[in-house]
Design a protein around this ligand. Structure first.
Ligand code: TPP
Ligand code: SF4
Ligand code: MG
Length: 288
């Protein structure tokens, strides 16, 4: 008999922002009574990417920067699953940048949580694409994932949360779980998740975050307005958080429906060798 892996206690440093994501994800999934066997967590490489080891759900530890490709693969294999990819800013915005951009236009109904601590935590605090100028000798301007996400015209749910505000994070995660379970498409959440050991930004971020829903003209169905609001918020030295894009479109816009329609997906198809044997033999012969 094969036994499934049991969750282990988190290996994170006490106070790490990633604890906030773990707790919020657990709470949001429990609130919507999501059966654990229907949830798949695909973790990246980094401190943040170990999150799937700490919940009793199905989990995969993906290759560095390749978690989105694997998460989309899981969704296409079995669209009935709720798939959450979770990793760090280094994983997603450096080595994984190509997959990150394409995930918005692919629009598979999966959630991607990027835990941004503006550093490579696991490898002991080197600068990442989101590091501020001056951090550990960094001379490059920081990359902003929300502006990038807003610049891709696709029907995605886009939000930023802060580990110092668990209530808001639970609400956003709940919305993202519903969004993807309804097959509406890709949900991207960047969580500001301080690395208390190598880049403790808790105090600074607590002072700087600004809930965009409080800004005049806030309309998450209007991509142009939200881009302007985010830019202006950043120009004033603040960090925009909240839901930045909530498309109006109806359910079933996700890649999985476009490719599979109402089919259950290959993972749940009956395995019938006989009807497929001639095609398989033809394939083998072509390789000889
Ligand atoms: C192909 C490959 N290149 C580099 C590494 C080394 N490495 C491990 S984790 C990591 C980055 C971690 O940073 P981030 O994704 O921000 O996660 P965090 O630890 O901050 O949560 C790197 C470069 C690796 N494991 N594999
Ligand atoms: S090194 Fe940083 S990111 Fe990694 S567990 Fe510790 S506090 Fe969290
Ligand atoms: Mg990081």
């Amino acid at each position: 008999m094969v036994e499934s892996a049991k969750p282990v206690p988190p290996i994170w440093c006490p106070g790490c922002g990633d604890f906030g994501v773990l707790a919020a994800l657990k709470k949001a999934a429990l609130e919507m009574k999501l059966p654990p066997h229907e949830l798949v967590l695909v973790g990246g490489i980094g401190c943040s990417g170990s999150i799937h080891n700490f919940l009793e759900v199905n989990g995969i530890h993906a290759l560095h920067g390749r978690l989105l490709a694997q998460a989309v693969g899981v969704k296409l294999a079995n669209p009935g699953l709720t798939v959450v990819a979770a990793g760090g800013d280094g994983d997603g915005y450096a080595i994984g940048m190509g997959h990150f951009i394409h995930a918005f236009k692919k629009n598979a109904s999966i959630i991607y949580i990027a835990m941004n601590n503006e550093t490579y935590g696991l490898t002991k605090g080197q600068p990442s694409p989101t590091s501020q100028i001056g951090f550990e000798g960094n001379i490059e301007r920081p990359f902003d994932a929300i502006l990038t996400a807003l610049s891709i015209p696709a029907p995605n749910l886009i939000a930023r949360t802060f580990s110092g505000d668990p209530k808001a994070m639970i609400a956003v995660l709940g919305e993202a779980l519903r969004y993807t379970r309804e097959g509406r498409g890709f949900a991207f959440i960047e969580d500001l998740s301080p690395c208390v050991t190598y880049n403790d930004t808790y105090k600074l971020w607590r002072e700087k975050v600004l809930d965009v829903s409080k800004v005049d003209g806030y309309d998450p169905t209007d991509r142009k307005a939200m881009f302007r609001i985010c830019l202006e918020t950043m120009d004033s030295g603040r960090i925009p958080i909240g839901v930045m894009h909530r498309p109006k479109q109806a359910a079933r816009e996700g890649l999985e429906t476009k490719l599979l329609g109402e089919a259950v997906g290959p993972a749940r198809c009956a395995l019938e060798l006989e009807p497929n044997l001639p095609a398989y033999q033809k394939l083998l012969a072509s390789l000889a």
